[in-house]
Design a protein around this ligand. Structure first.
Ligand code: PHE
Length: 343
């Protein structure tokens, strides 16, 4: 009987080798391991054996049965794997393939980026470099180095986001700290602009937003005067609003310039006659500027007895709003595609 068992095992293993699909595998399983299968038949014959003999053959039979079952299980697993591989090769999808009939999602530059890049080109043509500085700024660069000492009331002009646990850090309230950073980094003579995001703790409405963009400029050399400044700012105004645009400078206090001015351009909508946009004044306020204060030059490592310079800060966000007639500043940082797709 033992040899019969061995034969059955060998026959099963040989038969398994020829099986290629699940269906014939199942048929073979029934044939050998089923209730009326070959294995069951052999077991039946065991009943005729003597006790002693039956014990021995029984053990061998269990072993053989176990081996055959294991061989079947292994084959089943292989068949499943092969089937899965076959299915995968049939059903693969190329996730990078462009969708058919779906409008491709090509975006466009944000209006602030468009105006910023246009101004970067203009300033580059006048020999300015484009500099950069951190948005999370030290309180020293944002205020103290700009001639605004800790107790100075000028700090109240800008509602500042301070950083919890870091009393010496602020979200920069303007791009002016990069005036000092550029002096330290590039030295003089210096011609640089700094476009960038600024932050103020505003109660938001159509004209106030916690995040907005400025474009700072700084020019330092021997013999720089206010008329150089006026020339540069006039060039910018004409570039933005047309050749007949004029600028008007009126005194304004900023601690980091002396003298300081508030800069306006003739209203491009009414050409200075007075309208809704310029609130009947004929002028639009678009920048602050002035001759860099000696204290600020010194702070940047520049000798004010040898060098002089001017600085200006455009409200870049405001320029964009004026250019496109955007009446609510909150659209610009809102991320609403219905708004952004219009540019
Ligand atoms: N930093 C000033 C502001 O944010 C603008 C400014 C820049 C004024 C440079 C003068 C010179 O209001």
């Amino acid at each position: 009987m033992k040899s019969q068992l061995e034969q059955l095992k060998q026959a099963a293993i040989d038969a398994l080798k020829t099986v290629t699909d699940n269906e014939s595998l199942e048929r073979l399983r029934v044939e050998i391991l089923g209730r009326k299968g070959k294995m069951a038949e052999l077991m039946k014959q065991m009943a005729t054996l003597a006790d002693e003999e039956r014990k021995l053959v029984g053990a061998a039979a269990n072993e053989v049965k176990g081996a055959i079952e294991a061989a079947f299980a292994e084959k089943a697993e292989m068949a499943e794997g092969a089937e899965r591989a076959e299915r995968l090769s049939r059903e693969w999808i190329d996730v990078t393939e462009p969708a058919i009939g779906v409008r491709s999602g090509i975006g466009n530059l944000h209006p602030v980026t468009q105006v910023r890049e246009d101004l970067e080109d203009l300033f580059a043509s006048m020999g300015f470099i484009v500099a950069d500085g951190p948005e999370l700024e030290s309180e020293y660069f944002n205020f103290t180095a700009l001639n605004i000492p800790p107790t100075h009331p000028a700090r109240d002009m800008q509602d500042t986001f301070y950083i919890e646990g870091h009393p010496d850090m602020v979200m920069r309230t303007h791009t002016s700290p990069v005036q000092i950073r550029s002096m330290k980094k590039y030295g003089v003579p210096l011609r640089a602009i700094v476009p960038g995001r600024c932050f103020r703790n505003e109660a938001t409405d159509v004209r106030h937003e916690h995040t907005f963009h400025q474009l700072e400029g700084v020019v330092i050399d021997k013999g720089i005067t206010l008329s150089h400044m006026k020339g540069v700012l006039e060039t910018v105004a004409k570039h933005l609003y047309g050749a007949d645009t004029q600028i008007r400078l009126r005194p304004k206090f900023y601690p980091f310039v002396e003298p300081g001015v508030n800069g306006e351009v003739t209203c491009f909508l009414c050409k200075g006659v007075g309208c809704r946009l310029c609130k009947k004044s004929g002028w639009l306020e678009v920048f602050g500027a002035g001759m860099i204060h000696p204290n600020v030059l010194r702070e940047g490592g520049v000798d004010p007895d040898v060098y002089s310079g001017f600085a200006f800060g455009f409200g870049l966000t405001r320029l964009v709003m004026l250019k496109y007639g955007i009446d609510d500043i909150r659209h610009l940082e809102g991320g609403d595609l219905r708004f952004l797709k219009q540019f």
